[in-house]
Design a protein around this ligand. Structure first.
Ligand code: FES
Ligand code: FES
Length: 153
């Protein structure tokens, strides 16, 4: 059995068919939104991070049926800002394999909206759910600082 649902994604309305137990991660990737990635099956990696009504959520653990009537945002909906954040990360060497980057960027852009001038510890605490196997996090932290400082001006 599948359900017919209307989803508001990145300001566009989509009509989708989804099984009652389908997770939003799957639905969004089926729509071609490949910034939304899967890196685990234990809700631990953060690669699937998106926004629902402006709040970060793990799309691998969020039923698609729950998303109806809410505003969904993926990296594709924040292109300009994401491009700038990507430049800041790359300039500090934080773009290694890049697989974790899109989910981490969604968290960073949400953090900026909550707190324009976070401390390093606050950044680390906010990003605790976004794992990275490559960078050791220091280059990411430098890139995020650069982005936050530029956006705050
Ligand atoms: S895919 Fe790892 S937390 Fe969602
Ligand atoms: S850059 Fe490879 S997992 Fe983060």
């Amino acid at each position: 059995m599948s359900l017919t649902l209307q989803l508001n994604v990145n300001g566009q309305l989509y009509t989708v068919q989804a099984a009652p137990d389908e997770m939003l991660l799957t639905t969004l990737r089926n729509l071609g939104l490949y910034s939304v990635r899967c890196g685990c099956d234990t809700t631990n990696c953060g690669l699937c991070t998106i926004w629902v009504d402006g709040e970060i959520i793990l799309s691998c653990a969020y039923l698609t049926v729950r998303a109806q009537g809410h505003t969904i945002t993926t990296l594709e909906g924040l292109k300009e800002e994401a491009a700038f954040l990507g430049e800041c990360l790359a300039s500090e060497g934080a773009d290694q394999c890049g697989y974790c980057t899109t989910g981490m960027m969604m968290s960073v852009m949400a953090l900026r909206r909550k707190k324009a001038h976070p401390t390093d510890q606050e950044i680390k605490d906010f990003l605790v759910g976004n794992l990275c196997r490559c960078t050791g996090y220091q280059s990411q932290l430098r890139g995020i600082r650069k982005y936050l400082e530029a956006m705050a001006q």
